[in-house]
Design a protein around this ligand. Sequence first.
Ligand code: PFF
Length: 457
Amino acid sequence: MAIQQKGMHGAWASRWTFIMAATGSAVGLGNMWKFPYVAGSNGGGAFVLVYLGCILLIGVPVMMAEVLIGRQGRQSPVNSMRDVVNESGADSRWRHVGWVGVAAGMLILSFYAVIAGWALAYIFEAASGDLVGINGDTAGAIFGNLLADPGRLIFWQSVFMLLCIGVVVGGVKKGLGVAVEILMPLLFIMLLLLLGFSFFKGDFAAAWNFLFNFNVELLTWRGVLEAMGQAFFTLSIGMGAIMAYGAYMPQNANIGKTVLIVAFFDSLVAIVSGLIIFSIVFATPGIEPSAGPGLMFISLPIAFGGMPGGLLIGSAFFVLVSIAAWSSAISLLEPCVAWLIEAKNMGRVQANLLLAGFAWLLGLGSVLSFNVWSHIKLAGFTIFDFLDFLTANIMLPLSGLLIALFVGYAMKKELIDTQMVGTSARVMKLWQVTLRYIAPVAISAVFVMGIVDKFFS
Ligand code: PFF
């Protein structure tokens, strides 16, 4: 059975398509919405340095492990994990790791679509001219009105979900493959144009100093943890997305080099987004870089509203964010869709409708947690915050840790060697040491401190 199922979903046209797809998954709201405000509230440069260190030291090795399991299994994360565990003769309990990914994927998609909906709504908010000349109060009110209106939130969440279904229904080659080959170059072009704009019209020097002046006093233990968590989220690690994409990767592509390219693009987009956002923010008096989650939806609109060409640039910016969120969200849907097709013999259309419908329904909880259900608390969190915390701070590090341990200790050496052909002995050794010791210790620290931080401080 398992043999027949191998590769049943098709494969990327080339290694380059894999790079586009994995970059599409990695580059998303995490880079454009979250990175700038988390860096902003952690003092800038100090945070950025640690963040980049985490990407290189932990993110890249764990991502390689995920791609490797996917390419060896050639199926959805659940079934790839099952087969690789069997082939390795490892304890069958390792199989459950695949499930954490599928579950986390659904939960993340549910709230991710809601935030992506905000970005879609702001394309029209910016294009309509509503942001022209606004001050802090008006910007806060525009954002507050959006959050207070479940009807509008559900509308944009639904539009975003339909966009995702539209792509994933087309399958690996004609759906996901074609989408990322169009969306990613578009994203890079728009990013470059906005970078050019912020360079000439914003306070680029201030933004550069803020992100690259390493000021060690501003570095806190909590900031280090946030940097590590952010590295996981931004690379889409621990959720099966990269494992699923790895299953469609050409056999002759070198996993280490390919993953390095993806991590490079992802970090580049985070830094460039930071430069764009802070150049614009610093050029506008009275706005703080540490404005928190509202940085993108309150501070930036004020800045756009006050600058020449702000109407066009503002709309372009939110189109860019929506594209980034779109190419990430499809990678949250695909692993689960692939699993339903394999396990239940379901058609792709049916599987998509069922899972996107489920995530949409779950997402209503997040929508309502911003307004009519804002009083409902789970473990002290609103529904949205609870899902964010559960996935990012618990499921993600846990699954990342297990993947590192599995490939580091339990996976059969011959299987690893087959997938890593052409990698030098030194790199292999370094990778193994990271998976066995460095990543588990670091991830455990994030896991424990993340919980301690939330509940006991
Ligand atoms: N990496 C995405 C971002 O930075 O926005 C979020 C994400 C996508 C996380 C896909 C996990 C995932 F499987």
